[in-house]
Design a protein around this ligand. Sequence first.
Ligand SMILES: [Zn+2]
Length: 460
Amino acid sequence: MARIPKGYWEKRSTDLLKNIEQQTIFTINSLIQVYNKATDNINKEISKIFSNYSKETGLSRKALEKLLNTRETETHYKNLLKVIDNDITDDDIKKKLLAKYNAPAYAFRISRYQALQDTIDIELKKLANIEKDITKIRYVDTISEGYYRNIFDIQKGLGIGFNFSQLDKRMIDLLLNKKWYDKANYSDRIWDNNEKLSNYLSTALLADNLTGKSIQKMSNEIKEVMNVGLYSATRLVRTETNYFANQAEMLSYEELGIEEYQFIATLDKITCKHCAELDKKVFKVKEAKAGKNCPPIHPNDRCTTVAEFDDNNIEDLQRRARNENGKTMLISQDIKYKEWSMQYAPEQYKKYYVNPNLPKTKSVQSSILEKQLGFYDEIGKLNFIPKNAIISNVYIIAGRETQTVFRSANKYAQAFGGKAQEWMKKVGKIESDKYIFDIHWVEHRKYGKYDFKLKGKTLK
Ligand SMILES: [Zn+2]
């Protein structure tokens, strides 16, 4: 078999990473929305307490002390527990919060100042909860995409359709939970960043800056601090996405018996000076270590790797591509990834489309599914998510109210009405009795919802 020039693999590999990076834009957009929402909520809470006392000029030290030392009512405490119970779905975060707030004595010793701190803390924990949810969706997708696309690229590059194992949920979970840099995983890092933010807002900012400041000034300072938090969250998504993409590549190398890989620092040659020394160096897959010889080497790293084939690998893959009759299964040079994945990727990685002939309906309530959605289950049987199922964790990811351009908005405006800028792309989660899906659709407030897609099916 003719050797494929190195440039081919490098391009494949950097294209793969660019593709994955592009999808983080949606996640980052959702993060911007949820951070803004949390900032608004915190500022509203602060105004509620202070606006009666200070409209413009801020409070005197004496007035402030009096106000903040007032004992809070038990209603506050009950509300707080209710919020934890209703809004925190992540078991880990819930456990930590209940340990902190569930002490019976707690209700009797809280001052208004403490109450305000708690409200900020809980608001931020709600944020951590959502941040974990939406970034996890991205990482699971990144791992699958990194693994399957890399195998696709190698099959296409070599022109042969060898056998390979599917990624299973256990492997994905293992990778998600694995602690890497600083003995932490993505979820630990979200928690740490969130704790820092919470401490900063509820102690330093409130305690030191309340006196003599107008609510407007305080609210601007809170916005600034929250923006720092958002910056950390964004950097975390970019870095962890690079981590999961490269780890998924390592999994695919292992699966294909490829023992060595080459470090590729092509994406950011200028800015990535940390990685210049590693560029083109070859390492053993078994010894790959993120942060040392496998990307990411530093925050926001955009480096990647390519497989180092030797003759044994290629012979072995050719052997694996032979069917029972001894014939080598070939892969067409024209095959597109979408086609390939429908054939080779597992069920939960496929995308499901609703029957487009179903009648159009107008939007009634945003959290209700108005159509019955069809999908194929793991034994290939057509199944349905019933009409009126509840969609939770809904976010707008493009179009109206976001910074992201919704490219097909025009098409929807022409077909169904309204202006292009009023259309938006939304995502959410839906639970059937057996599965949890991610669901995507296109929506106009007046002209309804269209083109539902189900993605990322996981068993409950
Ligand atoms: Zn780099």
